[in-house]
Design a protein around this ligand. Sequence first.
Ligand code: AMP
Ligand code: ZN
Length: 106
Amino acid sequence: MDDCIFCKIVKGQMGTKFEKETENLVVFKDINPQAAIHLLVVPKKHIKDMSEAENILWNEIKDVAVSIARAKALSGFRIVHNVGDASVISHMHVHFLGDVTSDRAV
Ligand code: AMP
Ligand code: ZN
């Protein structure tokens, strides 16, 4: 996808620093953080959302999220995935919000 900002980030064309990279995923900081730690876990392949994702990709996302939480010694984290019209950017991404506690608003 030529006009996709996340495809450009994945290809290194935006100079975005990756917090982590695996075979099929990159992880980078959200530009407009909603928590002290707000990362985006992004498949390298352009797919629009979970409706196009293989189950094995979700396993990789889960492993990455757990390993980031361990590496940062987080006491809790939150995963958000917007699908279809709920999403602004139509390249699949999973929000990782770190050190979120259970007394949050929503
Ligand atoms: P969503 O509503 O789930 O599509 O969220 C898209 C997210 O991408 C938002 O939280 C934005 O702040 C974030 N975002 C947009 N452009 C960039 C960028 N160039 N680098 C990092 N995060 C971005
Ligand atoms: Zn894309």
